[in-house]
Design a protein around this ligand. Sequence first.
Ligand SMILES: [Zn+2]
Length: 330
Amino acid sequence: MDLPERWIVGVDIGGTNLVVGLVPARGGNPFGLRTQRTLSAEGPEAVVARVVDMVVGVLADFEAEGGSKGVVDGLGIGCPGPLDRTSGVVVTTPNLGWTRFPVRDRIAEAVDLPAALDNDANCAVLGEWWQGAGKGSRVLVGLTLGTGVGGGIVIDGRIFHGVGDVAGEIGHMTVDLDGRPCKCGNLGCLEAYASGPNIAARAVEGLEFGASSILPDLVEGMLSDVTAETISRAAVQGDAYALSVMRETAEYLGAGIANVMNLLNPDTVVIAGGVTQAGEHLFAPLQEVVRKRAFASAVDRCRIVPAALPGTAGVVGAAAVFKQQDTGGL
Ligand SMILES: [Zn+2]
C-alpha cells in the first residue's frame, strides 16, 4: 500500500470499548483498527495488558503490509478522567472505577514508544476538530453520549484544560438541583439524564409504569436490554413513547448546551453517540430547546451537528494529542 511517511498509534480507552489504530501523522483514515470490550471491572492491570496486546497486533499488521515501527513516532492515549496529564496518571474514574493509576507510562513502557495522555472525551472532540465535523471551527464544544456524557472544548485547535485538567466536564453540569443521582456523587448532573444507560433507564421506568410502546417487542420483552439505540430505532419508526423519551432527552441536553452557548459562545457543537442515530427526532427538539434558553445572538452563530467520525474520533484525537505534544501543532 501507499504509506504516508509518519504514523502515530491512537488508543481510546472508553467506558465500554477499547479501540486502537494507527493514524497517519499528516491526517487521514486510521489503519488496522481493533476493538474490544473494556471490561473495566477486571482492573487497570488487566485492561492495560489487553491494550498492549492490541497495539502489538496493530503494529504486526502494519509490518505485514510493508510498514515498520521505525516510522511510528509515538502513542496517544485517551482515557476517562479526571486525570493528571503531566504525570500521565488517572486520578479517579467513576466510569472505570480506577484510582491513581499510571496508565500512560504502563502502556508506553510495554510497547517502547513515547506517549501522551488526555481525557477520552477531549480526544474525541480534538479528533472531530482535526478531521471531522468540527473542521475549521474556532470555538468547538463536543459532547459524547456514551457510557457517560463526555465533554470537551477546543479553542483555536487546542483542547482547553483549565488549571487542573477538569475543564470540559459538561456531563457533570447540574441541570436539576434535586435530580437523579450521578456516578460522580452529585445530584442532577446532565449525565444522569443523557448518557446512554440513563436514557434507557428513564425509558424503562416509564414502561414499568405502563407506558404503551413497541420498545418491549424490540427487545423481546427483556426490558433490561433496552438501550439508547433501541429507543432511537423506535423513535425513527414513529413510536410515540420513544419520541417522548427523545424529547425529554432533548430538554436536558438542550439546557446543558444552552448553558455552554451562553458561557463560551461556540461556532460549533458536535454531538456523538448512538442516540444521534435518531437524527431529526433528537436534533429538531434539541434546537428548539436551545433557542428557547440561550441568547439568540449565540444560537444564531452556532451549528449543532452530529459527529462525523463515529467510532474513530477517540483514536484519531488521541493521535492528535500526541502529535501536538511532540511537534507543537497539527
Ligand atoms: Zn456527575
